[in-house]
Structure formats: C-alpha cells, structure tokens
Unconditional design. Structure first.
Lengths: 402, 402
DNA sequence: CTAATTTGTAAATCGGCATGACGAAATAGC
DNA sequence: GCTATTTCGTCATGCCGATTTACAAATTAG
C-alpha cells in the first residue's frame, strides 16, 4: 500500500489486475463509504438506492465498515416521512486519519484530518529553510509529526498515511525530490529521513494545492487548471477528477511556457519564458524592490498601499500570465482556471489584466478565472486529504480493529 | 450503447454504476478478449495465466465468447514443449466489425475493420466537398457505407457501430458538428443524416488520428501529443491511453496558442496565434504560392523539387510549431510528440527547425518528436478501430449469434 | 386502531470464480 | 516401447457475494 496514493484512474479492460469477487467487495465497500461521506448521514436504505445495490447487500457492507471502525451508527433518524425511520450512518470520527505535512520555504506545518474531513490536530513552526540541508529540516518536521500524531491518537485516531508537500519537483516514485530550488535540495529520497510505519507520499505542493481545490473548493469542477506560484510558476492540470502528472511527473511547468519567443534568455535554455515576466524575482525587479524574505507579502502590502510601480508590475505579470494561460486553455479546454497558493493573495492586482488578456485571446470560448478560497492553506490540506481519499477509495486496505 | 465510444476512463469509486457480479463477468469477458487479441493465438491456460484467473474460469468465459462468435478455436497448437498442447484461440474474423468513415475536404472514405484489426472492406470517392451542404455529402457517404456494409456482410461480418471523422470541432454529444470551416458546416447534428441501426460516433479527425496512432502506431506510448493540421492545427492529447477532450470537447486547439503575443491579429480575437505562422494559408502565402486544391501536396512537391521559398516557409513554420509545442510539452510532459495526418508529408522540412526550437527551449527534458507511420490514413483507421475497441471493451454488449 | 409504507435483517437462491481431481495428449527418461 | 512427468481442458464441489423473498419493527395516514 505504499503505491502512489490517488493516482488518476483505475486500469482499463486491458489492465493486469484480475477481477475477482474480493475486488468487487472492496470496491463496494468504497462505494458505501463514499456515499455516506459525500451525502451526510444516510440510512442503509438510502445508501442502497444511491449506489444501486440492494438493502441486504448494503447491510452486510455497512456491518463490515462498522466493525472496522470506519462507519458509525448515529441512532434512529427523526422520522419526517411515512414508514419506519432508518438508522443514520456517518463516517467515523475516530478511525484512520490522514497526516499532511508541508515543507515551506519559511515554515513547516503538519496536520491530521479524519475521515469526515475535519482537521483534528495541527502544528506549525516558522523559520527559514532556504539553503538548509534536508536532514535537519526533516528532523524538525518529524518532531512536529510526532506531536500531531500523539495529539490525534489522544482523540482515538490512528495515522493511515503521511503525505508531504514540498516546493519542488518530485519524481514519479513519490519519494524523491528531484530539485527544489528554493530549498536548495536535489535528488533526495525523503523516505529514510521521515517516520516510517505509515505509507509515505511526497508531491509538489502545487499538486496538493490543486487536489485541495478539487476536494474542498466550493463548486470546483472535475476539470480545471490550478495555477500557483511557489517555485517559479506551477500549474496543476486536473482532468476528470485526477491529476495529470506527465511521463516524468513534470507536467504543469507553466513557468517555462514561452511568452515572447525572442525575449531575454532563461536558465532553462529558452527565451522569454513566463517566469521572466510573472516570476517572483521578475516582478520584484520590475517593481523596483529588493528580494526580501516574505516576498509575496511585501508585494501585496505595497500594492494595497497604492504603490503604482508595484501595481504596474503586477498588471504586467497578469498580462503575461494571460498569454501563457491562453495557450493552456486552448490546449486543454478546462472548465475553469483557479489561482491558488500564495498567488491568491496577489489576485486583486493580477486578475484584471489576466482576465482581459485571456478573454480577448479566446473570444469564442472564454474560460472563467477564479481565486481559490483556500489560499496558502491548500497544499497542507490537500496532502492530508490525499491520504483520506486513499482510505475512502479502498477501506479494506486500511481497516483496523477487526 | 450509443454512449460516446471509448471515453478515456471508467468511473472511480464515487461512480454511480453498481458493482455487481454481472459487471464482473462482463469485465472478465473483456479481459479474455483483450488478451487473445493482443498476444496472438493463445490457449485457455495461457490466457488464464495472463489475466490472473483460473483455467476453469477462463474456460467458461471462452465458451461464452465462442458461442457469441467473438472468439474462434483454431485447433490444437503445435506442441513444442512438454505436456498436452493447448487449443489455440483467436479473435474471430467473422464477428462484429467496426465501420469507420471520413468526411474529408476533397474525398469521402469508408472502411470496415474486423476484431482482428484487419481492414476487410473499403470504399473511397474523390470529389471536393468544400462548401457543399451536409445533406448531399452525407447521402453520398451513406451510399458508400451501404457498399462497405454489403461487402462486409458477404464475409460474415456485421456492423457493430459507425464512427465518422470530420474536419472540424464536434460537441461532446459525439453527433453534432459545431463548426467545420473547411466544409462550411456549423451546428449540424449528423445523426438524422446517417444510417441508423448501429450506434453512431462523430469526432474530430485529429482525435481519431491520435487514437489510430495509439492503437496501431509502432511503439507509441500511452501518453503523447499528436499534432495534425487539417483545419488549422489540431493537437490531440492522449493521457494514459485515453483522449483528453476538454469540457466542451475543444481540447487540443494548438492553432490558437499565442506564439508572438504582439503578432498580427487573428480571426479568433487573439494576436500572433500559431496558425498565422504554421497554418496552411500562412505557409502558402509565405512561400509565395496561391491557394490550390491539394494544398499540402503542392507544398510537399515544391519542397521536394528544392524550391527555396517553400523550404524557408516550412522551416519557419517548424520554428513556430516548436515554440507552441514547447508550451504544450512544459504543460503536459508527454512521452513523445507525434506529427500525423497530412502534416506527416511535410515532416522532412518541418522537423529540423521544429526539433531545434523545441530541444533548445526544453534543455533539461527534451521530448522526442516523431512522424506517424499512418499518415493520412490515420483518421479513417482510428474511427473504425474506435468501434472495434468498444466491442473489445464490453463484448457482452455487442454479442450476437446466441 | 387499522392500513399503508418504509426500514433492517434473516433465509434461501443464484451467479461466478476458486479448488481439487481427472482424463487427455504431449515430452522425457529408461 | 513403456512409463513417468508435465501440461491442458473440464468436471464436481465449495465458497463468496449479491439478489430475492419474507418478515418483524417502526412510523404516518386515515
């Protein structure tokens, strides 16, 4: 069960997994759990009609889920309609929990989320990690994780997995950081440096942010583009409720989409990449500011104060983003574009020019652009919830308390 | 079964379809059929070990497939190894057939492909369709279809579905042509104008071309970008063996990716779109040629003759394509980029500058670019095979001869 | 208070795959 | 050539899981 949590799609008919009765049972357990979680307290009969199985079948499935501690009987429903009232079922608040962790450039954070989706424990530590080597940073993170775990265990939860968000590119093995420029890490397997015992997943924070938006955003569709800017500018592509990762796991590198093919040279080898117009450094330079620790906060502050240089820099960045997103929208035809992560704080000054550029260039089929409600919380929540989803998707694999 | 044939991915655990024993049976039938089709003649035991079921289970599945006329017993295998030789099974050459049709700008084509993947009947009619209204064109096409169907029926095949490739954008209902500029069609439901009786799917020819590449191309991976140029420049995005269609079904509009944001105005409302540098008209103009009927053929001919103007125009188009593809590759991280359709004829003159531009701009992670072996045959074959795939994916739904 | 309706469960049934055993058909070893 | 061995395909049997049917329990409608 260390397999990459929450990959986009199950194997097709050509897949190699045999289709046996145990598999059917497992999938049906997942369906019951999903239904109860998604639509609040539900009776067995209600679940049965939702997922298309008979009441009898659902009964045995529910029994098994209750015995495993994943489902809970809340007692008889208040009867409003005719007929015997059902017994309300809810996802347990005391079963497995998803551990999410975030390695930020200037902070570490950990949280535990239960199956219901509520955050039950959390810990944050401020402090610049830029340039520190992985070992001490992850030792601190491990300490925070232990705190959160004991806190969660006091409430009857047990960790079902750990998902770590990092500001960098992660290999498809979901453990190795290929490069994280803002930390100075490269080709580091985080596995040995983090607590073992629970399955581990490491991923780009932009990806987790997008998943958070998918699972927790209000009304976010199953097909969208999630743009964030932590390391350079990353876009996560969500297709049919799953993340598009790419062959090497590098999908979503919006930062190096060419905006002006003859523009200034970029470290990537190209010219006029988006990053040179809308990247943090570029915007700071255009605004006439010196790089600082809390770069985004600085920009937002100055812009709010009315600093015309900063505002113009952000407007221009928005325009460049609009050009790059035009390409992406043409290619992917997403339902919406969502600005998330740190970017959401700058949205008020980026959005107008961005929308302008995008809608002008995609006259016929304008794609709405919105701002994530989750903001900088996204990656951490997405990480924790990715574990929760893994449990919901295959409860049999995570059950305890037989 | 009129549902869009061959959508990318099955519903996840949240899906609404109940998971019952019949469903399991159906999936296992598909697995057996897929295994036999993919790996040549196979004994029951070999199938069993391939797909992870027992010999006994496979036996009953095979019986059912033989009774349905989808599988055929070829007789005992030549024994090379110790032990009783198995009885070779092969996909039937006399079961259901996929009908593929193509509405081209200057031709109509129809073919029938059996489950084995071999084309068993075909019909082509040359003739310019530019500007003709849908009804007479589809009447002609229907005539061709009838020819192919009677020809196929003479060989013991029966049509399992009809897939039509058109040079234009198709709505997600897979029946309505939203706009096909080169034909002059817009918002036309093709359903009533085509033979009923078999399930119908209409799709963009670029999409079918990409599927053909996926299914018939040699060594093509499950994640790639397929670029063709029939109407403007279309790219089909194949992710994990499925087509990415987009919310409105318009994904892959590479033609309007901005290449030079301040370039000349485009009909789409933008500026400097790829189409203005690598579109047919633009290239013809840059080469100093007049638009002609067989535009691609003209270009290829002149380039082969050594016409320096044409070659330069194609080189420049390749460069522009490279810029646009840099964006796409950064965003999607595909395993390869494949040039298909009519474009493959121009590849010798496009490729060098295209590769140059693309590899320079994506220094670290160069993405290989190749040319489709199928060429202009792609869309028609892809259409027919999409029907065949639908049968392979759910044989129970298409079985006859109970 | 009775009829109707809905829920949850228990018993019987059915469908589908696994298991184990067996005959059939080949090779390997003597 | 004969026997042992291996592999294939097919039974009979059993298990697992969902369905069907029936029924008691709990509510509303009249």
């Amino acid at each position: 069960m260390t397999a990459p949590l929450h990959e986009a799609r199950p194997a097709g008919p050509g897949g190699a997994l045999p289709d046996t009765q145990q598999g059917m049972r497992r999938r049906n357990l997942a369906r019951v759990l999903h239904a109860v979680r998604a639509e609040g307290p539900l009776s067995r009969a209600a679940v049965a009609s939702r997922i298309g199985l008979t009441r009898a079948a659902v009964s045995t499935l529910v029994d098994e889920l209750i015995r495993s501690g994943l489902l809970e009987e809340l007692g008889p429903e208040r009867p409003g309609r005719v007929g015997r009232p059902g017994s309300a079922l809810a996802v347990s608040g005391r079963g497995p929990a998803g551990l999410g962790a975030e390695v930020g450039v200037d902070h570490l954070a950990v949280c535990a989320v239960d199956l219901r989706g509520t955050t039950r424990a959390r810990a944050i530590r401020q402090g610049a990690n830029r340039g520190r080597s992985p070992r001490p940073v992850l030792a601190e993170l491990t300490e925070l994780i232990r705190q959160v775990v004991t806190e969660a265990e006091a409430e009857g939860l047990y960790p079902a997995g750990l998902a770590v968000a990092v500001p960098g590119l992660v290999a498809r093995d979901a453990r190795t950081v290929v490069r994280a420029p803002n930390l100075g890490w490269h080709d580091t397997d985080l596995g040995p440096l983090l607590p073992s015992g629970t399955p581990l997943t490491v991923d780009n924070e932009a990806n987790f942010g997008a998943l958070a938006e998918l699972w927790l955003g209000d009304g976010t569709p199953r097909d969208f583009l999630h743009v964030s800017a932590e390391i350079g500018i990353g876009a996560a592509v969500v297709v049919d409720g799953g993340l598009l990762r790419g062959t090497r796991g590098f999908a979503g590198e919006l930062g190096h989409v060419p905006v002006r093919p003859d523009g200034p040279e970029c470290a990537c080898g190209g010219r006029g990449c988006l990053e040179q117009y809308a990247g943090e450094e570029a915007v700071l330079r255009a605004a006439g500011l010196e790089p600082d620790e809390d770069r985004v906060g600085l920009l937002a502050g100055r812009a709010a104060e009315g600093d015309e240089d900063v505002r113009r820099a952000l407007r221009d960045a928005g325009t460049a983003l609009g050009v790059a997103l035009t390409g992406a929208v043409n290619l992917l035809d997403p339902e919406t574009v969502v600005l998330g992560g740190e970017l959401s704080g700058l949205a008020p000054w980026l959005l107008p020019s961005l929308r302008d550029e995008l809608t002008r260039r995609t006259a016929g089929s304008a794609c709405p652009v919105s701002v994530s409600r989750l903001g900088p919380e996204g990656p951490l929540l997405g990480a924790a919830h990715s574990v929760v989803r893994a449990v919901l998707d295959d409860p049999a694999a995570f059950a305890r308390r037989a």
